[in-house]
Design a protein around this ligand. Structure first.
Ligand SMILES: [Zn+2]
Length: 379
C-alpha cells in the first residue's frame, strides 16, 4: 500500500527525517492562538533531500490491496494545519444565554451536523495527541471533550438487563449521529473527577468508564475535587492527580489515561510545580500523564508536528455560539480561511504539508513519520 502511495505523489519532495521525536519538551508560553498561516519567504531547512527509504519487502505473496492514489493537487493536505478540540460540559434541555458552559441537546446536534457538513471527522484526543490521524484524505480531524463527569454528558440506564446510554445525554446524541453518519467516526474524551463520582446513573464506575472505552471514547484526569491547581502545594497537586488516576486505573486495568484537563484552566503557579501534574506520587500511588488541556476559549489546536505544539498546555475551543473564539467563531474563521485548516492525506504515517507552509513544521518531531512537502497548484 505504501509503495502505491509514494508512487502516486512522486513529483513531491520526499524527506525521510530520522530525528528523534521530541514531544514532551519544555512548555512554551500560555496560549496558542495561531497567526495567519500566510506563506512567508523564510527559507525552509530541507536542503538535503534524502532519497525515500526503500519500502520494506512484504513477506507475503498475497497482492496488496489497491490503494486509491491521493492527488495532492486536489486534496491539498496540510497536516500541521489547525484543528479544533471542543470543550463541552453539561448537555441540557434549555439554558439561559449566560450559561455558556452548557449546551442544549438541539445545539449539540446542530454542532455535529455543521462539523459533518463541513468535512470535519471525529477523532479521539489520544489519537490526535499521539499523531495517529487516520482521518480520510481531504477531511479535518476534530476532537470532542466533556469535562466534570456530568450525568448529562454521559450516563447509563438499564434496559432489559443491558446498560445503554441515557436517552438524550451527550454521548447518546453523538452515538446516534455517528450511527446515522458512519463516516463521521465515533469518539469523545471525558475528563473526570473523583468526587463526586463520575456520571451518576446505572452501572458501577468501572462499568461506566468501560462503556466509554468500548465505544471509541477516552477517559482523562480532571483532578479529584476539581481543584484549583494554581493554589495547591506539591503534595496537594499530587494527591489530586493520584486519586483520580487510581480510580481510573482500578476501573480500567488495561487502559492507560494520558491526558489531563486543568480544572478552571488553571495550572500550578510555578515552573517547579507544573511537572507534578505529569509525574508524581501520593500515598504510594505513582502516576504519569503526557498532555494537559487548557480551558476553552484558548484557541485552535494542532498536531505534534506543528512548531507551536505545546503538550502541557493544549488549547481548546468552547462549544458555543456567539462569543469570539467559541466553536462557531472558529468554524466561521476556518470557512473564511480554509487554507489554515488541517487537511489529512489519509495516511497516518506521512505528514503532508504544502511547501508554502513548511515553516510551520517542527522538524524535530517528525521521528519515524515521513514528511512530504509538495507545491500547491497555481490558481
Ligand atoms: Zn471542570
Amino acid at each position: 500500500m505504501k509503495r502505491m502511495f509514494i508512487r502516486a505523489i512522486a513529483p513531491v519532495l520526499l524527506l525521510a527525517c530520522t530525528l528523534t521525536a521530541c514531544r514532551a519538551g519544555e512548555p512554551i508560553a500560555d496560549g496558542q492562538r495561531y497567526g495567519t498561516d500566510k506563506p512567508t519567504d523564510t527559507p525552509v531547512t530541507v536542503s538535503t533531500p534524502s532519497p525515500s527509504p526503500s519500502p520494506t519487502p512484504t513477506p507475503t505473496t498475497e497482492p496488496e490491496p489497491t490503494a486509491k492514489p491521493v492527488n495532492f493537487s486536489v486534496v491539498k493536505p496540510y497536516e500541521v494545519g489547525q484543528t479544533m478540540v471542543i470543550m463541552y460540559h453539561g448537555i441540557v434541555d434549555s439554558r439561559a444565554d449566560n450559561e455558556v458552559y452548557q449546551r442544549t441537546r438541539e445545539e449539540l446536534r446542530n454542532d455535529l451536523q455543521a462539523l459533518y457538513d463541513r468535512g470535519y471527522r471525529l477523532i479521539s484526543m489520544k489519537d490526535l495527541y499521539e499523531n495517529n490521524v487516520t482521518t480520510a484524505a481531504g477531511y479535518t480531524p476534530v476532537v470532542i471533550t466533556f469535562d466534570d463527569g456530568l450525568a448529562s454528558s454521559f450516563s447509563l440506564v438499564e434496559e432489559n438487563g443491558v446498560l445503554v446510554p441515557t436517552p438524550g445525554c451527550g454521548l447518546d446524541i453523538i452515538m446516534q449521529f455517528a450511527a446515522e453518519h458512519p463516516d463521521f467516526g465515533m469518539a469523545a474524551t471525558f475528563y473526570v473527577n473523583g468526587a463526586p463520582t463520575p456520571f451518576a446513573g446505572a452501572g458501577t464506575v468501572a462499568e461506566r468508564l468501560q462503556f466509554l472505552i468500548d465505544n471509541g471514547c477516552d477517559v482523562g484526569n480532571h483532578t479529584y475535587s476539581h481543584a484549583d491547581l494554581y493554589t495547591l502545594s506539591a503534595e496537594g497537586i499530587q494527591r489530586e492527580m493520584a486519586l483520580v488516576d487510581k480510580m481510573i486505573r482500578e476501573a480500567l486495568p488495561d487502559y492507560e489515561p494520558i491526558g489531563v484537563a486543568y480544572p478552571l484552566g488553571k495550572r500550578p503557579e510555578s515552573d517547579m510545580l507544573r511537572p507534578l501534574v505529569f509525574a508524581g506520587e501520593s500515598d504510594g500511588w505513582a502516576y504519569t500523564y503526557e498532555y494537559g488541556l487548557a480551558v476553552g476559549q484558548s484557541g485552535v489546536s494542532s498536531t505534534p508536528n506543528r512548531v507551536s505544539f505545546n503538550p502541557w498546555n493544549l488549547s481548546r475551543v468552547r462549544g458555543g455560539h456567539g462569543s469570539e473564539m467559541d466553536l462557531w467563531w472558529f468554524i466561521e474563521q476556518l470557512d473564511e480561511f480554509p487554507e489554515r485548516r488541517y487537511i489529512s492525506d489519509g495516511d497516518p504515517n506521512t505528514i503532508a504539508v504544502p511547501n508554502e507552509y513548511a515553516h510551520n513544521v517542527d522538524m524535530e518531531t517528525i521521528g519515524q513519520k515521513e514528511l512530504l512537502l509538495y507545491d500547491l497548484p497555481t490558481e
